[in-house]
Design a protein around this ligand. Structure first.
Ligand SMILES: Nc1ncnc2c1ncn2[C@@H]1O[C@H](COP(=O)(O)OP(=O)(O)OP(=O)(O)O)[C@@H](O)[C@H]1O
Length: 601
């Protein structure tokens, strides 16, 4: 496994500086509007409800003034009282309805973004997986989507409703008494300017906190993936310090944001209280000298009171939206990464090249044992100065076993990755049964080719789940046959629930050799036409190796096997042996075919 290099998204530098990715331009309102597409209808409905709610709130002081009028002029209170009660009721119903619509909308948004992210991640090219840390990706799909959801459930419409109430109150106050309006808003404006300065600091702190949560998840994932090493290297305290260090950094940044956020309401309230004092002074004088009547002054005060809440809500909503924009940036990085779905278009479509479903044996190019050809292939890993392969040529005849050998680091696994189209060649062509690899449909390729990777990973689940993973049309007899042939019968019989026993996370409840043979059995059950095996016998004993080799020889009747190995018995069973170390096309040499030995030369 190649360690992720510096600059992994979501990681911070040791000196606390931010590594690349964090420096990319932040997502803006245009991107936000784009990602909100699935819930735009909900936002419009929420905005309408907010509009009605604002009208209901603005009606209340008006009706209260009517009530005071009726009381002071000895008229019946029944009508204004009933109207006020109705408006209160309407206000309550609208508030409830708005939260229901928006909370539901928030959940729908979270689902749609998570579906898009997961689809993207699952279909990423392998190179993208090497650039990101898996724990950080999990944090992005969890935490960052949650803070984006808050834009819908709390932010956007709160802001809209608050702006409406605010604007309505402003218009009515201007209408009632423009002088009082100017006096009071001048005081409030000073408080608002102070709060705007806080917003910048809140934004920076929340972004840092989000990045640190991502890094914490990634570090936790790193430790969990190698717990035996962590324990035996006596590194548990180190890992604890490292991971909680991230948590502390997230908390520190979160607290900084909280401190600034906590100041927003008091500063605005203080501004409002100061404005009230000024209002009472100036308003009292104006009522005393008859410029304004008492009912109008009371009505003005009530509207001013209405103004304060929307103002506070607006700033809180802006904070929520800012936090969501920081998360949107991290989500966008995931969505912008190239995926196989971008390239599995026309050139790789099955129809375009007449490569039909490989399930139909015989007619389709991949429906029979597959020959492999590397023609003048050039490839360099990202960041490498010289190519690993320069003009590599290679021919694997169909229905044979070919072993690729060579010292560690020579490029055997890389060669298999290119053959499996996990990575793309920089130059030259790879052909399967004469068809260039990039002209073969993704579905056909994956159905025709099976792979057992070097560390033979199993998945959390039962033994049966693992054996039949990716297999189609399998029967219980197929499973038990392959299990017996690979010498795994004792394992199945010894487990408490046989094939239905859990293998643990990454198959930890099984031995390395058992995992390797289960991975091979899984590949065999897929009935491939090309079986690609990276060191399939590296962890098994001599007795089991004989069984594996016998299985490979048996498989030759219906498929081609390409394997890498350092083991003599396994290599000895091959019809063709390709020694990469002696190949001039490997390691920046000039183009040539590698030396081969064996029956199929
Ligand atoms: N994803 C990657 N990014 C950059 N370099 C890589 C990557 N994968 C492998 N390499 C480098 O490419 C070279 C070939 O690696 P590869 O894994 O193909 O060798 P190998 O012959 O299979 O080795 P081994 O026998 O030890 O498995 C090595 O120098 C390795 O460090």
């Amino acid at each position: 496994m190649i360690p992720a290099g510096p600059g992994c998204p979501g990681e911070t530098a040791a000196d606390g500086g931010v590594l690349p990715f964090a420096d990319e331009p932040r997502a803006g309102l245009a991107e936000l509007w784009g990602i909100l597409r699935p819930v735009r209808g909900v936002l419009v409905a929420g905005a309408l409800l907010a509009l009605l709610g604002a009208v209901a709130s603005l009606l209340q002081p008006l009706l209260m003034t009517r009530l005071i009028d009726a009381a002071t002029t000895q008229r019946s209170l029944a009508v204004p009282l009933a109207a006020l009660a109705a408006v209160f009721l309407l206000d309550g119903v609208l508030t409830g309805l708005q939260s229901f619509v928006l909370l539901r909308g928030g959940e729908s948004l979270a689902l749609s973004i998570r579906e898009r992210m997961i689809r993207r991640i699952v279909f990423w090219r392998l190179r993208s997986h090497e650039r990101f840390r898996s724990g950080d990706l999990i944090a992005r799909a969890g935490n960052d989507v949650a803070s984006l959801r808050a834009i819908v459930s709390e932010g956007a419409v709160d802001l809209f409703g608050a702006v409406l109430s605010f604007a309505g109150a402003v218009v009515l106050m201007l209408y009632i008494d423009p002088v009082l309006f100017l006096v009071s808003t001048a005081v409030m404006a000073m408080a608002a300017v102070v709060v705007v300065a806080f917003l910048v600091r809140i934004k920076d702190a929340t972004e840092t906190s989000q990045r640190e949560v991502g890094a914490m998840s990634a570090d936790l994932d790193r430790a969990l993936s190698g717990m035996p090493t962590v324990i035996t290297a006596d590194m548990r305290a180190f890992e604890y310090d490292r991971i909680t260090g991230r948590a502390v950094a997230a908390c520190t940044a979160g607290r900084r944001a909280a401190a600034w956020e906590a100041l927003v309401a008091p500063v605005l309230l203080t501004g409002a209280n100061a404005a009230f004092l000024v209002l009472f002074g100036v308003g009292g004088v104006r009522v005393a000298n008859g410029t304004t009547d008492l009912a109008a002054f009371i009505s003005f005060l009530l509207y001013f009171a209405i103004l304060v809440t929307p103002l506070i809500v607006s700033f809180q909503a802006i904070t929520t939206i800012q936090r969501g924009l920081g998360s949107l940036q991290r989500i966008q990085e995931v969505l912008d990464e190239p995926s196989d779905e971008d390239t599995v278009g026309a050139p790789r479509s099955r129809v375009a090249h007449g490569v039909r479903d490989s399930g139909s044996d015989g007619a389709a190019p991949l429906g029979r044992p597959i020959s492999v050809e590397f023609d003048d292939v050039t490839f360099a890993h990202a960041g490498d100065r010289s190519p690993l392969f320069a003009g590599l040529g290679l021919h694997v005849p169909p229905a044979t076993v070919t072993a690729v050998t060579g010292p560690s680091g020579q490029g055997k696994t890389t060669l298999l990755s290119l053959l499996l189209r996990l990575d793309d060649v920089d130059g030259g062509t790879i052909r399967l049964n004469g068809v260039p690899l990039d002209e073969i449909g993704e579905v056909d390729l994956r159905r025709a080719v099976a792979y057992v990777q070097q560390d033979a990973p199993l998945f959390w689940g039962t033994l049966r789940d693992n054996l039949t993973y990716g297999a189609r049309d399998w029967t219980e007899a197929d499973v038990s046959d392959v299990v017996d042939r690979l010498g795994l019968g004792y394992l199945v019989r010894g487990l408490p629930e046989g094939l239905d026993s859990e293998v643990g996370d990454r198959g930890v409840r099984l031995s390395g050799g058992e995992r390797q043979r289960i991975a091979l059995a899984r590949a065999v059950l897929r009935r491939p036409r090309l079986l690609v095996l990276d060191e399939p016998t590296s962890q098994i004993d001599g007795e089991a190796e004989v069984l594996v080799v016998a299985e490979l020889v048996r498989l030759k009747q219906r498929c081609t096997v390409v394997l890498t190995s350092h083991r003599d018995t396994t290599v000895g069973a091959a019809d063709v042996v390709v020694d990469l170390a002696a190949c001039p096309g490997v390691g920046a040499g000039t183009g040539a075919s590698p030396p081969v030995s064996g029956a199929a030369r």
